[in-house]
Design a protein around this ligand. Structure first.
Ligand SMILES: Cc1cc2nc3c(=O)[nH]c(=O)nc-3n(C[C@H](O)[C@H](O)[C@H](O)COP(=O)(O)O)c2cc1C
Length: 341
C-alpha cells in the first residue's frame, strides 16, 4: 500500500534491494571501507548486503562530488555486483547541507541511501546529529522530507530505540512511515545505553508489529542460534550484524549451510571453521589492501583493530589476542596466525 509521501510526492512504491531474511553486514566506521567490503564479499559471498560507514554531511564549504565518491571508494564503484548490494550511509544534522549531498548521491546513480540516526558519539550528538535527532522529531521530520524528496530510490534509516529513553519510539516509527522511508534498521538500545547490557529485541518485535515498513533487526546477534531466535521471536524482515560479523566474518556462510540443523554446530566444529575462516579473512583483506598500496604497517594496524572479538573462542583467548596485538611487523602477525590455525 502506498504511504503518505508516496502519494504526496508521487514517489514510486520502492521495493527493497535485498530479499526477505537477508543477512546484512553492518556499517562500521574504521572497518567497512571499499577494500574491506570487497574482501569480505569475495571471501564470504553469502553476505546478502553491505553498507559504507557514514559520510558526514558538511555544514559549511562547497560540497565536493569527489569527496562523496571517495568515501564510497572507487575500487568498490567498479564492482557492479557488489555495488548493487551496498547502501551509501550519511550522517547529518539540521544545519548541514543535506539536500546538496543527497542530490549528488542521487544523480550519481546510487541505489540505496541510508541515514545514520544511531551514532552515539558525544561530538556528533553535541552538533545535534546522529542519535540526538531521535529526541527531536520536529527537527528530524524536515530532514527526512528533504532526503525523501531528493533521493528517488531506496531510502532507509538506521535508528536506536530512542535517545535518552524510549518515549518517542512509536512516534518516530509513525513519522518514518508517513514520510515514505522504505525500511528501518533498529539497533535495540537507546543512545544512552551505548553498547551496555544486551540489546532488547522486544523493541524489534514491537516495531515489526506496529509499522507497515520493513524492520531490520540489529543488536547482539552473534551466532547461528541468535539468527534463528531473532527471526522466531521478532519476525523482522531482515537482520543486520555488526560486532557479530566482526567476530565471525563467515557467519553468513555458516548460517546458510546449517540453519536447518544448528545442533550440528559443536564447539569443536566451530573452532575448526574459525581457523579456516581466519585464514581466508586475513588473506583476502591483505590482498585487497595491497591493491590499494597500503604499507605493511597500516595493514598491521587494521588487522589489530579487527582482532577485538576474533579470538574469543580460543582457549586462553586473552593470551592469544595479546600475541596478535603486540606484533610489531605484519609478518609477525601472520606467523602467529599460521601457528594458531
Ligand atoms: C567499530 C564500529 C563502528 C560502527 N560504525 C557505524 C557506522 O559508521 N554507522 C552506523 O550506522 N553504525 C555504526 N556502528 C553500529 C553498528 O552498525 C551496529 O548498529 C551496532 O554495533 C549494533 O549491532 P551489533 O550488536 O551487531 O554490533 C558501528 C559499530 C562498531 C562496533
Amino acid at each position: 500500500m502506498a504511504n503518505l509521501a508516496q502519494l504526496v510526492y508521487n514517489m514510486p512504491v520502492t521495493s527493497l534491494p535485498f530479499k526477505k531474511h537477508s543477512l546484512l553486514f553492518a556499517p562500521m566506521e574504521g572497518v567497512t571501507d571499499a577494500a574491506y567490503r570487497i574482501a569480505i564479499s569475495r571471501a564470504f559471498p553469502e553476505w546478502d548486503y553491505f553498507s559504507t560507514d557514514f559520510y558526514r554531511v558538511p555544514t559549511v564549504g562547497n560540497i565536493q562530488k569527489k569527496a562523496i565518491l571517495n568515501h564510497y571508494g572507487h575500487s568498490a564503484l567498479e564492482k557492479k555486483n557488489l555495488a548493487s548490494k551496498t547502501s551509501y550511509q550519511i550522517l547529518t544534522s539540521a544545519r548541514a547541507q543535506t539536500r546538496d549531498v543527497v542530490e549528488i548521491i542521487n544523480s550519481e546513480g546510487f541505489e540505496h541511501l541510508d541515514l545514520n540516526l544511531g551514532c552515539p558519539s558525544k561530538k556528533v550528538n553535541a552538533h545535534k546529529g546522529g542519535a540526538f535527532l531521535l529526541s527531536d522529531i520536529e527537527t528530524l521530520r524536515p530532514i527526512i522530507k528533504t532526503i525523501r524528496e531528493s533521493f528517488k530510490r531506496t531510502f532507509t534509516v538506521k535508528i536506536r530505540i530512542g535517545y535518552k529513553d524510549d518515549n518517542l519510539f512509536f512516534d518516530l516509527l509513525k513519522m518514518f512511515e508517513d514520510e515514505g522511508v522504505d525500511a528501518i534498521t533498529l539497533h535495540a538500545r537507546t543512545r544512552d545505553q551505548l553498547y551496555n547490557g544486551i540489546a532488547d529485541w522486544s523493541y524489534i518485535k514491537k516495531a515489526v508489529e506496529s509499522t507497515s515498513i520493513p524492520v531490520i533487526g540489529n543488536g547482539d546477534i552473534w551466532t547461528v542460534q541468535d539468527i534463528i531466535r531473532i527471526y522466531d521471536e521478532c519476525d523482522p524482515y531482515a537482520i543486520m550484524l555488526g560486532r557479530g560479523a566482526l567476530k565471525t566474518p563467515w557467519l553468513a556462510t555458516t548460517y546458510y549451510e546449517h540453519k536447518n540443523n544448528p545442533d550440528f554446530l559443536s564447539d569443536e566444529y566451530l573452532l575448526e571453521e574459525r581457523k579456516k575462516g581466519l585464514d581466508m579473512y586475513f588473506y583476502e583483506l591483505e590482498k585487497e589492501y595491497r591493491k590499494e598500496n597500503l604499507p605493511d604497517i597500516n595493514i598491521l594496524k587494521r588487522f589489530k583493530s579487527f582482532s577485538r572479538y576474533l579470538f574469543d573462542d580460543f582457549e586462553d583467548h586473552e593470551v592469544v589476542r595479546g600475541r596478535f596485538l603486540r606484533s610489531v611487523h605484519l609478518d609477525e602477525f601472520k606467523s602467529h596466525l599460521q601457528k594458531l590455525i
